[in-house]
Design a protein around this ligand. Structure first.
Ligand code: NDP
Length: 442
């Protein structure tokens, strides 16, 4: 455990982290109440009933009391989903991958059973069976959205606290500042795991994205039940969330060596956003579409769909190139047959540079054109999520704007980390690949 006085704070230090925690709780409720009270339009005092503050407050409190408090169904559903995903990750077949050496654990390389693809397919089959035989309709999630969301928020706050305390008790805390809010936010434990079950990777892959897709699917099912069709808007957002979730599952073997797994601790930030924030905030567009049914012209639908697929292709193949290159260098590469394996996803004899720090930096494929081209593709996909809702409101555009600033900040953090790690080699790499976001421009 280290508690240094010259600690380098991120996210605005303890005060910044405290504000982010408050805001992260406010945000999902603001979105949900906007859907409940003003059809997904901005929830302002003027959109509430007009008899002053106490009346506004009671209107919000009534909606919250009736639709936002957890009940036995929401608790069983959410915890049942988590338990089901734990069981899947323990017993289904997958590939075994070694993580990077962990310096704080005597360079131990943890084993990861990457069976995300199998868990994803089993989940989809189960959901289909439950729906088809009227055992549990997906529309349950859309109808009980507020209750399930509150359940997830309370659960993730409690879990983050338990993990923090467990790390302190077990002496597993690393990179600690000594300031409670900051350490709670950033986390204490790097790799909480029982046997080969890794909590952090499970939450990042199995909970956030699968739950997001199921929420969007549930909005689609409800739209189909209510209106008898799936709108162009809904098809776009459903496709976008399917592709994103499917990509995380099919390429799970690339995750153990990513930044979140080898560097970020499992603190409140990751626990909350994986277990509650990502699914319940990112699905806003699907529920906005369900409430408002924006009508997109066919030509616009086609443009959005083609742009989405193109951005997805760059995003998926760029990450595949880098991760598979790294796996090949370490001798851990395994060919997968999960769907879809895209062309140019694996480079043959790529150009790369060796560094004094011991690692390698890819200079080929998409990576020769811009250092964060996959972030750019991700921003384009996020923008399409917003555009799928048409131009009738501004809240659907919150996510692309939030995502842009979040990923820009992440890129700056990553730049700092890589500069420190690779020193002169990083300068040379930046000279050889001068563009960050868009080749030839910026
Ligand atoms: P990256 O995939 O960009 O990985 C960054 C790391 O890759 C660096 O720290 C470095 O690590 C290594 N690296 C950098 N350049 C090279 C190179 N040329 N060759 C080989 N290795 C290199 O970052 P993320 O983990 O942030 O993002 C992964 C994906 O997840 C992105 O598409 C991002 O958009 C997405 N994402 C989505 C979020 C969401 O909420 N939707 C949130 C966060 C990320 P090393 O020390 O190993 O060299």
């Amino acid at each position: 455990m280290d508690r240094s006085n010259s600690y380098h704070y991120e996210f605005g230090g303890p005060k910044g982290c405290f504000c982010i925690m408050l805001y992260s709780h406010f945000l999902p409720y603001f979105f949900w109440l906007s859907l409940e009270i003003s059809q997904g339009g901005l929830l302002l005092p003027s959109t509430l009933s007009s008899d002053g503050f106490s009346d506004h407050f009671s209107q919000i409190a009534t909606v919250f009391y009736e639709k936002g408090l957890p009940d036995m169904n929401s608790i069983f559903f959410y915890l049942g989903f988590l338990v089901f995903q734990v069981i899947c990750s323990l017993i289904l077949p997958g590939v075994w991958i070694k993580g990077l050496p962990v310096p704080t654990e005597n360079n131990k390389q943890h084993d990861y059973l990457c069976n995300g693809a199998a868990s994803w397919y089993v989940t989809l089959i189960l959901v289909f069976v439950l729906e088809k035989f009227n055992i549990l309709s997906l529309s349950f999630m859309a109808i009980n959205f507020g209750k399930i969301m509150t359940t997830s928020i309370i659960f993730s706050d409690i879990l983050a606290f338990i993990i923090y305390v467990a790390a302190e008790i077990q002496g597993k805390s690393i990179r600690m500042s000594g300031h409670f809010f900051y350490d709670f936010f950033m986390g204490a434990y790097l790799n909480p795991r029982i046997g080969y079950f890794d909590f952090k990777m499970w939450a990042e892959i199995r909970v956030s994205w699968i739950l997001l897709f199921l929420l969007t699917l549930s909005a689609s099912v409800l739209q189909y039940k209510n209106q008898g069709y799936l709108s162009y808007s809904m098809i776009i957002i459903l496709t976008a969330h399917f592709l994103y979730t499917n990509a995380c599952m099919k390429g799970e073997e690339c995750i153990p060596t990513t930044w979140d797994i080898f560097y970020e601790k499992w603190g409140w930030m990751l626990v909350y956003w994986n277990l509650a924030g990502v699914p319940f905030v990112y699905c806003f567009q699907a529920f906005y579409i369900l409430k408002n049914d924006p009508q997109l012209p066919l030509w616009w639908f086609i443009i959005l769909l083609i742009t989405l697929l193109f951005a997805y292709y760059i995003w998926d193949s760029a990450q595949s190139q880098k991760n598979k290159f790294r796996m090949q260098m370490k001798g851990t590469y395994v060919k997968r047959y999960t769907f879809p394996q895209l062309p140019w996803g694996v480079l043959k004899n790529p150009k790369f540079m060796k560094t004094e720090a011991g690692g390698t930096l890819l200079l080929d494929g998409w990576w020769q054109y811009a250092r964060k081209i996959h972030y750019t593709a991700d921003i384009v996909m996020a923008t399409i999520w917003g555009l799928s809702c048409g131009f009738g409101g501004i809240l659907p555009y919150y996510y692309p704007i939030f995502f842009f600033f979040m990923i820009k900040h992440r890129s700056e953090r990553d730049f700092d980390r890589c500069s420190q790690k690779y020193k002169k080699d990083w300068e040379e790499y930046c000279r050889r690949v001068p563009y960050v976001w868009i080749p030839g421009i910026i």
